[in-house]
Write a protein that binds this ligand. Structure first.
Ligand SMILES: Cc1cc2nc3c(=O)[nH]c(=O)nc-3n(C[C@H](O)[C@H](O)[C@H](O)COP(=O)(O)OP(=O)(O)OC[C@H]3O[C@@H](n4cnc5c(N)ncnc54)[C@H](O)[C@@H]3O)c2cc1C
Length: 524
C-alpha cells in the first residue's frame, strides 16, 4: 500500500463514485497494482447472486422496478412528456440493466471527438482498448480474445420471423451485413452481437470486471447501498466525498489520497458536480449552492437516441425464448453522402406498448415490432438541479424533436419500416399494424403519433463533455480532468462530446479503460 492506510480505512488512493458501467472498469484496472487502494461507492445493491439482474432475458422486468432511478422528463414541447429515463441503481449500473447489445463505435465517431479537441481519442488510439476489454467470438484479426467481457454473435436459430425480416430487408435493398468488423455499416441488417455468456449471464462491468476480484484483492473495497451527497474539497483540491450511510441517517466521508473519479452516469454525474459547486454559476446560485467553479457546460449538451415504435400482430407464433427479445437490427442512411447511418432500427420479438397503450392503440401478446431511432439526433437538452437537496430527482429536459432533422429522420424511419414489412418475405408474419395503425399516413399524422408515443433507446449522454482546454463549454479536458479543480475526473457516458451512432455501453466500458490508463500514466 502506498501509505499506512489499509484497504478498510477511510482513506484510499482513489475513490470511484458510482459502481456503474465505467466506474467498475476504472476500479478493476487500478487495483491490478497491489500497492494502489481503491474504494467504490455504489448507491444501489450488489448484483452478486441476483438472477433478476444477471439473467439477461429478464432485463425488461427491471424497467421502473426498485433497481431503477426512474427519472421522469420535464414537459416536452415536441416530445412525449410521459417518457421516463431508466437508469440502473445496482452494482454494474446500466450495464446490469440493459439489453447488452454490443457495438464498437464507428471510427468516424471517435475521430470526430479527437478532431474536436480531444487529443488521444482517435479510433486508432481507442480501438486497441475495445480489443483489450473483449473476448469476442467473431472471426478475424480485428477482435480481442482474452478480455474480461464476453461478446457473442447471435444467429437467430429459433426465430423464423427474424430471419424473414432479414430477407425482407434484403428485398428492400438493405443487405445482410456483419456488424463490428471495424468497417462502419451505413446500410445493412443482421443479428446483433451481445455481451452475455453461453448461459445468457449478462457480461456487465460488475460481472466481467468486479466479480472475479471482489473479496480477493485486499486493495479493493466495494461499498454498496451508499449514496454520495457531495464532493469534499480543500481549497480547489477534491479530497473525497460525503455519502449517506446505508442506515439512511449518518453522513460519512471517504477520502482520496490521489484522485476522485465520478462515474455516476449522464444524469447523476452533472447533478453531483452541481451539488458540489461545479456548474453554471447562475443556476447554482438560484439554488443556494456556493460556486466553486463556474462551469457553464455542466448539465448542457444532453444527447440521446430518440426511438419510435411500429408494431404488427404476428400471423404465426413468435419465439417464446430469447436472449433478450431484441436480437436484430438495421442501419440506414436517409440521405446521400453520409459516412455513418442516421437511422437505426431494433427488431423486437415482443410487443412494446409501454408508450402506446395509454393512448388507446391496440396491443396483443403475439406481436413483433421495429423501433426506429435517430442515431445522430441534433436536439440537445439539459440536466439541472431541481433543488439543492441531494435526494431530489434532477430536472431532465431532453428537448426531444426540437430540431427538425430528428423529426424528418424519424418519420422516414416509420415509412421505411412499413416498406420492409410489405416485402414478400414478411407476408407470412406481418398481420394487422397495431400502432400507429393503417389510418396514420401523412407526415404530419406520423409526427403527431411520434410526439405522443416516442421512447428512448436509453442512451442519454454528453452532459459533462470533454474537450479542448480553451472550450469553456467542455467541463473536462481530454484527460478527463475537471477543469478548475485538482484531483477530480469523470469517467462515464457523460464525457462523450457527441453521442456515438450506435448503442454506447461497450464504448462506456472503453472510456473506463481509457480513464484507468490516464490515471496510471499521471501517477507515475
Ligand atoms: C434499459 C436500458 C437498456 C439499454 N440497452 C443498451 C444496450 O443494449 N446496449 C448498449 O450499448 N447500451 C444500452 N443502454 C445504455 C448503456 O447501458 C448506458 O449508456 C451505459 O451503461 C451508461 O454507463 P455509465 O457508466 O455512464 O452509467 P451507469 O452504468 O448508469 O453507472 C452509474 C452508477 O452510478 C450510481 N450512482 C448514481 N448516483 C450515485 C450517487 N450519488 N452515489 C453513488 N452511486 C451513484 C448508479 O446507481 C449507477 O450504478 C441501455 C440503458 C438502459 C437503461
Amino acid at each position: 500500500m502506498s501509505s499506512d492506510a489499509t484497504a478498510s480505512a477511510e482513506v484510499f488512493d482513489y475513490v470511484v463514485v458510482g459502481g456503474g458501467t465505467a466506474g467498475n472498469v476504472v476500479a478493476a484496472r487500478l487495483t491490478e497494482d497491489p500497492d494502489v487502494t481503491v474504494c467504490v461507492l455504489e448507491a444501489g445493491p450488489s448484483d452478486v447472486g441476483d438472477d433478476n439482474v444477471l439473467q439477461l432475458d429478464r432485463w425488461m422486468g427491471l424497467l421502473e422496478s426498485g433497481y431503477d432511478w426512474d427519472y421522469p422528463v420535464e414537459p416536452q414541447s415536441s416530445g412525449n412528456s410521459f417518457m421516463r429515463h431508466a437508469r440502473a441503481k445496482v452494482l454494474g449500473g446500466c450495464s446490469s440493466h440493459n439489453s447488452c447489445i454490443a457495438f464498437w463505435a464507428p471510427a468516424e465517431d471517435l475521430d470526430a471527438w479527437a478532431a474536436g479537441g480531444c487529443t488521444g481519442w482517435t479510433a486508432e488510439e481507442l480501438f486497441p482498448l475495445y480489443r483489450r476489454l473483449e473476448n469476442n467470438d467473431a472471426p478475424g484479426d480485428h477482435h480481442g480474445r482474452s478480455g474480461p467481457v464476453k461478446l457473442r454473435t447471435l444467429k437467430g436459430a429459433d426465430d423464423p420471423c427474424g430471419n424473414a425480416l432479414l430477407e425482407a430487408c434484403a428485398q428492400a435493398g438493405i443487405p445482410t451485413t456483419p456488424f463490428n468488423t471495424g468497417k462502419t455499416v451505413i446500410r445493412g441488417a443482421n443479428w446483433f452481437q451481445i455481451n452475455s455468456d453461453e448461459n445468457n449471464v449478462r457480461q456487465s462491468s460488475s460481472v466481467a470486471y468486479l466479480h472475479p476480484i471482489m473479496g480477493k484483492r485486499p486493495n479493493l473495497e466495494v461499498r454498496t447501498g451508499v449514496r454520495a451527497k457531495r464532493l469534499v474539497f480543500e481549497g480547489k483540491r477534491c479530497v473525497g466525498t460525503e455519502y449517506l450511510d446505508p442506515d439512511q441517517i449518518h453522513t460519512r466521508t471517504v477520502r482520496a489520497r490521489r484522485e476522485v473519479v465520478v462515474s455516476c452516469g449522464s444524469i447523476d454525474t452533472p447533478k453531483l458536480l452541481m451539488l458540489s459547486g461545479i456548474g453554471p454559476a447562475t443556476h447554482l446560485r438560484e439554488h443556494g449552492v456556493d460556486v466553486l467553479v463556474d462551469s457553464p457546460g455542466v448539465g448542457e449538451n444532453l444527447q440521446d437516441h430518440p426511438e419510435g415504435v411500429i408494431m404488427w400482430e404476428a400471423k404465426q407464433p413468435m419465439p417464446t425464448r430469447s436472449s433478450q427479445w431484441w436480437e436484430a437490427g438495421i442501419f440506414y442512411d436517409t440521405e446521400p453522402g453520409l459516412d455513418r447511418p442516421d437511422l437505426m432500427f431494433h427488431y423486437g420479438q415482443v410487443p412494446f406498448d409501454m408508450n402506446t397503450a395509454r393512448h388507446g392503440y391496440p396491443t396483443t401478446d403475439n406481436a413483433f415490432c421495429l423501433t426506429p431511432n435517430v442515431t445522430r439526433a441534433r436536439s440537445k437538452g439539459t440536466v439541472r438541479l431541481r433543488t439543492r437537496d441531494f435526494r431530489d430527482k434532477p430536472m431532465v429536459d431532453p428537448r426531444y424533436f426540437t430540431d427538425e432533422h430528428d423529426a424528418r429522420v424519424m418519420t422516414y424511419g416509420l415509412k421505411l419500416a412499413r416498406r420492409i414489412a410489405e416485402q414478400p418475405a414478411l407476408s407470412g408474419w406481418a398481420g394487422a399494424e397495431l400502432a400507429p395503425g393503417p389510418d396514420v399516413r401523412t407526415d404530419d399524422e406520423l409526427l403527431d403519433y411520434i410526439h405522443n408515443t416516442h421512447n428512448t433507446v436509453y442512451h442519454p449522454a454528453c452532459t459533462v463533455k470533454m474537450g479542448a482546454d480553451d472550450d469553456v463549454f467542455a467541463p473536462l479536458d481530454a484527460r478527463l480532468r475537471v477543469k478548475g479543480v485538482e484531483g477530480l475526473r469523470v469517467a462515464d457516458g457523460s464525457v462523450m462530446p457527441d453521442l456515438v451512432t450506435v448503442n454506447p455501453c461497450i464504448t462506456t466500458m472503453m472510456i473506463g479503460e481509457k480513464c484507468s490508463d490516464l490515471l496510471k500514466g499521471d501517477a507515475r
